[in-house]
Design a protein around this ligand. Structure first.
Ligand code: AMP
Ligand code: ZN
Length: 112
């Protein structure tokens, strides 16, 4: 399967890792949109949030638990934003489920 994030999980494409366990990987975004910007992905290939169902949804809770742990380790107590883009109009460019974590600047709302 030709998937950039599966290739990162496999170590075939390099990444700057923030966190890894048997289920998920977090790594810094190659084109950061904030002073802190990393992505958290399941190691399993899930195409998008639209492909989440009762059989694979537990990973989402685990991802959020790890984000909360990393926020403490990385000093993000002032706040951060978790973004999960879905599909073409949602701004998704890589078809492997990923959660952006953005921090260390004031983030505008509503998003563009
Ligand atoms: P999205 O637009 O929500 O699908 O987000 C995809 C993200 O992946 C973008 O923020 C890209 O900058 C990021 N990205 C693309 N290629 C890489 C890579 N090789 N390593 C790290 N981040 C990447
Ligand atoms: Zn994949």
């Amino acid at each position: 399967m030709d998937c950039l994030f599966c290739s990162i999980v496999a170590g075939e494409v390099p990444s700057k890792k923030v966190y890894e366990d048997d289920q998920i990987l977090a790594f810094y975004d190659i084109d950061p949109q904030a002073p802190v910007h990393f992505l958290v992905i399941p190691k399993e290939h899930i195409v998008s949030p639209d492909a989440i169902d009762e059989s694979n949804s537990a990973i989402v809770g685990h991802i959020y638990a790890v984000i909360a742990k990393l926020s403490k380790e990385l000093g993000l107590a002032k706040g951060y934003r978790v973004v999960c883009n879905c599909g073409e109009e949602g701004g998704q460019t890589v078809d492997h489920l990923h959660f952006h974590v953005l921090a260390k600047r004031n983030l505008a709302w509503p998003p563009g």
